[in-house]
Design a protein around this ligand. Sequence first.
Ligand code: C2E
Ligand code: CA
Ligand code: CA
Ligand code: CA
Length: 281
Amino acid sequence: HAIVTNQKYCAYSPSLDLAIGERITLIQKLHKAITEDELDIFLQPQFSLFDNKLVGAEALVRWRQNDGHFISPGVFIPLAEQTGLIFEISKNIIARSFAWLSDIKKHHPNLYQNFNLSINLSALDMAQSSLLSFLQTSLFNHDLNANKITLEITESAIMENHDLFIKGIQELQTLGFNLAIDDFGTGYSSMLYLKELKAKEIKIDMGFVRGIHTNRVNQKIVQAIVQLANGTDSMTVAEGVECKEEALWLQSIGCDFAQGYYWNPALPIQEFYTQYVSLKL
Ligand code: C2E
Ligand code: CA
Ligand code: CA
Ligand code: CA
């Protein structure tokens, strides 16, 4: 199984395909990873397609192995969701991301002013009654304003209670967090959410972005999503932009923001600093 990845290569086998023994070992190791700080946050910069300026970053978790390799979240997040470990991971990521953002606020106030940090939460987290107070306490401890933070959420098959899911998201919004509907247009990420939730951002799945400069179907789909977003006062974020032609096309049809290998993959925090923060000193 190709579960070990580096930054650029993200192929993975869904954890459901793992053999039972392999799965159990992985679960035990994941438990240990949470308590022994083996999870790292990488940051992928996000840009305005209007003026090409940095507007923020998405925090993407990586599981550091002893040999320096990383296991992709595509493998261990689904596993964590199936085994009830996900909320522990989410809290860990919230704590780390907030600490980082608070550092930026303190030491790079100019950057902070025009910066938004996006964090991925699992749909299952919406069913945790302590999520709200955890987020509230974390904001307070790090002296952060919720409006600088976007929570990216995808509904998945694993979240069966739709009403609880919607209610959970609405509560986060009352704290002032921005909401991004992740992977829009795929799987369970449906129109219903546009109707029921005021999302600040709609994230256009990279499947629709790929080859948009030549693929007419993708052009039509993304144009429709951008129009929908305009109609619901949401911004659009294209993910997985890999070349200049894709970026130009997205810009020409009015997509607001983008991220992808064309600019950078998710970077270790230190590298993100070197490339994007130290410039602002
Ligand atoms: P996602 O949130 O849709 O994230 C986008 C994925 O695309 C990331 O994979 C990112 O590294 C990758 N990507 C970015 N730019 C490009 C590009 O130009 N081309 C290609 N081919 N890929 C690109 P990653 O980091 O492996 O994460 C996979 C998924 O795991 C994420 O999909 C998200 O659903 C989940 N995930 C990642 N971090 C977290 C986390 O902290 N919490 C939770 N709950 N889920 C996470
Ligand atoms: Ca995301
Ligand atoms: Ca996505
Ligand atoms: Ca995804």
